[in-house]
Design a binder for this molecule. Structure first.
Ligand SMILES: *Cc1c(COP(=O)(O)O)cnc(C)c1O
Length: 462
């Protein structure tokens, strides 16, 4: 059942040529990269779906902003413009620019978490988990059961499991330092979180006196899903939905490299301007990021971000954006390839465990499929599974992830319908020969944290 492709609501003014290596060349690039796709050169990837982070195409309005950037060290006009825009969109009193999402986590989390504390989330993104652990605390993921069943086409599979959250709060209330709501839920497949879920989590958190932080990288895509799928919001404009989502939290950290369509940038927000946290944030920011009126960003970056924050919530853009995911999802349905369904906001999460059922999690099926995609057609993707999850920080044992996904993250405003066709064709080819891929990979070297970015692998001999 083919899904109609929604035409790009823009035209293309500047282009970058792509290169296509031969199969032999790709094979040697894989060996050189020690089978870690983060080790490949961008120019060696024909279609680069490694991430949607910082890989979007900026608009003429954003490029014009780059030229207008005010580079004053303190109190730049570009800072004021960014702060005014973010305050208006999110309704928070205090906005701190930082250089990217993990910088916001690094600045904020040690102010709330320490050894012995717990942080609960619908699902932690990898860097978010790392910063909780670096602060000495531990993470518990609490996503709804439906998220664990990729074939089940449920709505709002990114939601927090509220009864489970309540049980955890009853058991560990005093130890819980923070609740993180990741919208959309990246690790569960870019799956959205409903307004009702945000509301319920906020009510529980208030009851236990625990702050809620929105991990807001995909605030715009999440708002679009709420408007589309949550009946009472179908006539509510996206900006009002965004405001209401943020009203159900006390804090937010944001990687602006996603929905705000900039190549670099992040934000940290505090709803209550009288919060004691603000002074701590400013002090930490000055040490780690830069003075609090630029936080690691150039004036021009802040200018482009102020424009991107609004472009990201344009309805015709969002319809096209989510439409791309649906189009690619439709092609995979036709080919009988399973993925986290319905499609999420920023990519397709192919169910590698379903495609390669004979490869155990200890041999990383998500990584196996990602390597095959590069081999097949020069498409770069990444594992979102046990390979990414890594080892238990206390026992050092390999953790088993809830899913074994290969993520095809779609950069914003970058690839066209024909590129998506190529991706679907490559996956179909791999499906035909999947039974001949008999073994996975072993890790020959890994760092203690965030290993998937740096580790070395080798194929396990059949
Ligand atoms: C990307 C991302 C982050 C980290 O942001 P960076 O800009 O990569 O540092 C945190 N949380 C989520 C949900 C993300 O997608």
């Amino acid at each position: 059942m083919a899904i109609k492709y929604i035409p790009e609501p823009f035209r293309i003014k500047s282009v970058e040529p792509l290169c296509m290596l031969t199969r032999e060349e790709r094979e040697s690039r894989l060996i050189e990269a020690k089978y870690n796709l983060f080790g490949l050169k961008g120019e060696d990837c024909a279609i680069d779906l490694l991430t949607d982070s910082g890989t979007g195409a900026m608009s003429t309005g954003q490029w014009a902003g780059i030229m207008r950037g005010d580079e004053a060290y303190a109190g730049a006009a570009s800072y004021e413009k960014l702060i005014d825009t973010a305050r208006d969109l999110f309704g928070y009193d205090y906005i701190q620019p930082v250089h990217q999402g993990r910088a916001a986590e690094k600045v904020l989390f040690p102010l709330l978490l320490s050894a012995g504390k717990l942080a609960l989330s619908n699902m932690f993104f990898d860097t978010t988990r790392a910063h909780v652990e670096l602060a000495g605390a531990r993470c518990i993921d609490c996503v709804v059961e439906a998220a664990r069943h990729p074939a089940e086409r449920a709505r709002f599979k990114g939601n927090m499991d509220v009864p489970r959250l309540e049980q955890l709060l009853r058991e560990h209330g005093g130890r819980v330092g923070l609740i993180v709501m990741t919208i959309t839920n990246n690790s569960a497949g870019g799956q959205p979180v409903s307004m009702q879920n945000l509301r319920e989590v906020a009510a529980l958190a208030r009851q236990y006196g625990i702050p809620v932080c929105i991990d807001a990288a995909r605030y715009a895509e999440n708002a679009y899903f709420i408007q589309r799928d949550e009946a009472e919001y179908k006539d509510v404009p996206i900006p009002r939905i965004v405001r209401e989502m943020f009203s159900h939290a006390d804090l937010f950290t944001m990687s602006a490299k996603k929905d705000a369509i900039v190549n670099m940038g992040g934000l940290l927000g505090v709803r209550d301007g009288a919060s004691d946290l603000i002074q701590g944030i400013r002090t930490a920011c000055i040490s780690y990021e830069g003075f609090y009126t630029y936080g690691g960003l150039s004036g021009r970056d802040m200018e482009a971000l102020a424009v991107g924050l609004r472009e990201g919530i344009d309805e015709s853009y969002l319809r096209y954006r989510i439409g791309q995911m649906e189009y690619l999802g439709g092609l995979l349905d036709d080919a009988g390839i399973a993925y986290q369904s319905p499609v999420g906001g920023h990519g397709i999460f192919v169910d590698a465990a379903a495609l390669l059922p004979h490869i155990p999690y200890t041999e990383y099926p998500g990584q196996v499929l990602a390597i095959e995609l590069y081999r097949e057609a020069g498409i770069r993707s990444c594992d979102i599974g046990s390979y990414m999850l890594g080892n238990d920080p206390d026992t050092g044992k390999q953790l088993q992830a809830s899913f074994e996904f290969t993520r095809l993250a779609i950069p914003r405003r970058v690839y066209t319908q024909a590129h998506l066709d190529v991706v679907a064709e490559a996956l179909s080819e791999i499906k035909q020969r999947a039974h001949r891929i008999t073994r996975g990979y072993r890790i020959t070297w890994e760092p203690p944290i965030l290993r998937h970015f740096q580790s070395s692998l080798e194929p396990i001999a059949a």
